[in-house]
Design a protein around this ligand. Structure first.
Ligand SMILES: [Zn+2]
Length: 141
């Protein structure tokens, strides 16, 4: 069986059947952040807690990434094998705007305000067959 490893620790609950992004929330002013920060960017308080963020949100803005991103987001593709993908900000209720890959990768599939759901997708395969996964958002049917 293939080993599926998250691209980074502490970004989302993993392994999990219903993975959720992990964010921090300030106990002083209630501002939420993703990814987790050790202090509040709004008031500077270090009294922050980690919580699971909602799995669904609304698409706030988006673009299509038409060229290869720089590492650390390198997926192992080459310019010849690269496939354009969507990138968007998804506004999670009561929480925070999250920048993420989108499963949809053409403008016809995307519109501001549409409902999006968190999914985990393969980013790349490493030697020994290890699969590296990352989070993305996908339009809710
Ligand atoms: Zn704060």
């Amino acid at each position: 069986m293939t080993n599926r490893t998250a691209i980074a620790e502490g970004l989302f609950t993993w392994p999990s059947d219903k993975p959720a992004l992990l964010g921090s929330r300030c106990r002083e002013c209630n501002i939420a952040e993703f990814p987790v920060k050790s202090s509040c960017p709004a008031c500077g308080s270090q009294d922050v807690g980690v919580e699971q963020l909602p799995r669904r949100g609304k698409l706030w803005s988006w673009t299509i990434q038409g060229f290869m991103p720089k590492s650390p987001y390198n997926s192992g593709e080459t310019p010849e094998t690269f496939t354009p993908y969507g990138v968007g900000y998804v506004e999670l209720p009561g929480a925070v705007c999250v920048e993420a890959r989108l499963i949809e990768n053409t403008p016809e599939q995307l519109s501001i305000g549409m409902e999006m759901e968190l999914v985990i997708e393969t980013l790349r395969y490493e030697q020994q067959g290890n699969e590296v996964v990352t989070f993305a958002f996908k339009a809710v049917e």
